[in-house]
Design a protein around this ligand. Structure first.
Ligand SMILES: Nc1nc2c(ncn2[C@@H]2O[C@H](COP(=O)(O)OP(=O)(O)OP(=O)(O)O)[C@@H](O)[C@H]2O)c(=O)[nH]1
Ligand SMILES: [Mg+2]
Length: 357
């Protein structure tokens, strides 16, 4: 019997020979969907335990979690030891870290959990090395920090490809496609946007994903691969940062910079900028809560995601009388004037003082 890998290869070969034009669109879509499904199957079957959690026991705590992903020996453990309270073993040889090591970084009042994970190798997404476990941790994080060093400096894309193969979509939003299962009526499709595939292709893909009755609406221009992503249920969409560590070893600043930041974990350079970039990528902000008649607690900010409304924020605050709140008064940044009365749909900014009432 053919292995999954052989089946993927066979379909890829067929695809490579297929000319791209309108008449072959449906066929290409179907073949790509089959590859996506097989890759998922391969991932689920690879060693390292079942399902999403993988083989590492990692409890998420704090306001957000960040995974450090990179090839061996680029300095991930050195970095987590500098950023957090962790004491992860550092070694001048590959695969020093064999387990996931969590650490907690305190920044601007937020508790940001960072995971140091074993170095990945090419083929990790197909389960090579401890790829499955490593990638499971990455999938469950809120931000991926890709770490490279001068030896691997041109290989950010290679890491991104591994993550992509494992269903992780970096720095993009989920395609605006809604798929609602219905109980009868077949597959109905609606969209008023010109798309690079036809209704037949969508219906064929729906069949491939065993959707017999469903309403499908596409609300933005997407590619065929994004359409397949919309059908796959295991895609995660995460922000990422790429950092080049060991910048102290570079004779000069590299020309083609495809990183967000150059750092040296060992020499303590760029680490404050990295903390700030992590904060920004997580889209975090601080608000200060105030009780009527009392001063705001400026020592203990409440961490929010910028863009959230007060009612969304309220749902995360643990105070017992919160169900009674129907409005708020705001002060400082974001308020038109001190003590402005706003509804719970108000969106605060970094630094807004909020008094719920
Ligand atoms: N020159 C220099 N060396 C560094 C820097 N950061 C780490 N190193 C060295 O690089 C080697 C590997 O560091 P680790 O932190 O163990 O690397 P890792 O990415 O955790 O490695 P694995 O756990 O094997 O994947 C050690 O010898 C570190 O001292 C740096 O900023 N500059
Ligand atoms: Mg390590």
């Amino acid at each position: 019997m053919q292995t999954i890998e052989e089946r993927i290869k066979e379909i890829e070969e067929v695809l490579a020979k297929t000319p791209h034009h309108k008449a072959t669109n449906k066929f290409i879509g179907l073949m790509r969907a089959k590859i996506a499904k097989l890759k998922n199957e391969q991932w689920l079957k690879s060693s390292g335990g079942g399902g999403g959690g993988g083989g590492f026991a990692v409890a998420k705590t704090g306001d957000a979690s960040v995974a450090l992903v990179g090839f061996p020996s680029v300095g991930k453990s050195t970095l987590i030891n500098k950023l957090t309270n962790a004491e992860s073993k550092v070694g001048a040889y590959d695969f020093t870290t064999l387990d996931v090591v969590p650490g907690m970084m305190d920044y601007k009042g937020a508790k940001i959990q960072i995971f140091d994970i074993p170095g990945i190798i090419s083929g990790a997404a197909a389960g090579k090395g401890r790829g499955k476990e490593v990638i499971s941790v990455a999938r469950n994080a809120d931000l991926i920090v890709i770490v490279v060093d001068p030896k691997y400096k041109d290989r950010v894309e290679e890491i991104k490809k591994e993550l992509f193969e494992a269903g992780i979509r970096l720095d993009c939003l989920p395609p605006k496609v809604s798929i609602t299962k219905t109980s009868f009526g077949g597959v109905n499709f609606s969209s008023n946007i010109p798309l690079p595939f036809d209704e037949d292709t969508i219906k064929e893909l729906a069949r491939e994903f065993r959707l017999v009755n469903a309403d499908i609406t596409i609300k933005e221009k997407i590619s065929l691969d994004q359409l397949i992503d919309a059908f796959m249920t295991n895609r995660v969409y995460l922000p990422s940062l790429a950092v080049l560590n060991k910048a102290d070893l570079l004779p000069q600043k590299p020309k083609n910079i495809n990183f967000d930041l150059l750092i040296s974990a060992d020499k303590n350079t760029g680490l404050d900028q990295l903390k700030e970039l992590i904060w920004q990528k997580l889209n975090f902000g601080r608000i200060y809560l105030k009780r009527p008649g009392m001063a705001a607690d400026m020592e203990n900010p409440f961490i929010i995601k910028l863009g959230e409304s007060l009612s969304q924020i309220l749902s995360k605050i643990s105070i017992c009388d919160k169900d009674t709140f129907t409005k708020a008064h705001v002060f400082g940044p974001g308020a038109k004037f001190p003590n402005q009365e706003v509804s719970l749909s108000f969106v605060p900014q970094e630094g807004t003082v909020v008094e719920f009432s």
